[in-house]
Unconditional design. Structure first.
Ligand SMILES: [Mn+2]
Length: 356
């Protein structure tokens, strides 16, 4: 198994790459969507939270896809820092919102995703993480929920306020949208949209040598903001896998999100999907409680025995990248760095104990 660090767009600098190396990472996962473009600079060091009703920020430009040159440059800069670029995490809503919405520009947006995948293949970036969700990562609260009062995020009850027009996946893709809200759809309709997406895009990914890696819904509620959620129980990941054959239809397995789910068992789920070689990479974070009331914690204080998770992955010969996902903010001059260094040190020790 390989130790990695997830970096937001504004963190794609030599300083952050050096930090990853110093913490023992060999790999990085990068975000090219800028979730923080409406926030003041201090909060850019945290995970994007927004608030219960406010979005993360404004999506990118609809007609400006990530270019081959840009992708190659990032991969090269990461390599020059002594690291390997393992994945890009998340598509920009500006590029594929009508795939999620089944909107009028869907054919163009499917072509956008295919173009990004082909360019990633050419740039030798092997994994694209995505989150097929209308509501996105929404409705969370933050507070001193971590050990010692460390600021972290959680959920404190369902959020049913509908999604305003012009917003998808908790970002604004059309600031000029008329007032009003997105009509609710059924779970069946959402799964139909996913199936059509996979059937069109997975073959392109196969040909490009890129794996698509699905993140489960975070928070894993059946409904959020009056819209259905896709993968909100562990067994629903199997349904996603079975929709489209091929090695490229894979998972961005988030242990924290699985632990927040109300059914199943997080150890069984990790065993089930790692045995099938369906995990492209892993988000490893801990949590206390389950939806609709849970809190993210330090990696060594939540409900999940992380060493047991690593043991299961090792037994099933998982050889991919593990990143911390999020961590609580530690009280010091560099809260994000301290939280990540703590989590990375814990994971590194776990891997060393297993002989990885
Ligand atoms: Mn995650």
């Amino acid at each position: 198994m390989k130790l990695g660090l997830g970096l937001y767009r504004h963190m794609l600098t030599s300083e952050y790459y050096a930090f990853a190396r110093q913490a023992g990472c060999t790999h990085v996962v990068v975000h090219l969507v800028d979730y923080f473009n409406q926030e003041e600079s201090p909060s850019r060091t945290n995970q994007p939270i927004g608030s219960k009703f406010e979005p993360w920020g404004v999506a990118g430009e609809a007609d400006k896809l990530w270019t081959l040159e840009e992708l190659k440059r990032i991969r090269q800069e990461v390599a020059e820092a002594g690291l390997t670029l393992a994945a890009i995490e998340n598509l920009d809503p500006a590029h594929w919102c009508d795939v999620l919405l089944d909107g009028p520009r869907r054919p163009q947006h499917i072509e956008n995703v295919k173009a990004i995948i082909r360019r990633m293949g050419e740039a030798e970036i092997p994994v694209l993480g995505y989150n097929f969700s209308l509501g996105g990562v929404c409705g969370r609260v933050s507070g001193p929920f971590g050990r010692g009062g460390a600021i972290t995020v959680g959920m404190d009850g369902p959020v049913d306020a509908p999604i305003p027009n012009g917003m998808i996946w908790n970002m604004i893709y059309d600031p000029e949208a008329p007032s009003g809200t997105l009509p609710s759809i059924s779970h069946e309709e959402l799964w139909r949209r996913l199936e059509n997406f996979l059937l069109e895009v997975v073959p392109v990914a196969e040909n490009s040598g890129v794996r698509l890696a699905a993140h489960p819904d975070d928070p894993p509620m059946p409904m959020m903001r009056q819209q259905p959620r896709l993968v909100y129980q562990p067994h629903m990941y199997q349904k996603l896998i079975d929709l489209a054959p091929g090695d490229s239809n894979a998972l961005e397995l988030c242990v924290g999100t699985l632990a927040e789910m109300t059914e199943g068992d997080v150890y069984d789920a990790v065993d089930q999907y790692s045995k099938q070689k369906k995990i492209a990479y892993i988000h490893l974070r801990n949590v206390r409680g389950k939806v609709p009331h849970y809190q993210e914690t330090f990696i060594d204080e939540g409900d999940v025995d992380m060493l047991r998770i690593l043991g299961i992955l090792h037994r099933n010969s998982f050889d991919g990248v593990i990143i911390p996902d999020h961590t609580p903010q530690m009280i010091c001059a560099a809260p994000w760095h301290a939280g990540m260094a703590h989590s990375l040190g814990f994971i590194a020790a776990g891997l060393q104990a297993l002989g990885c």
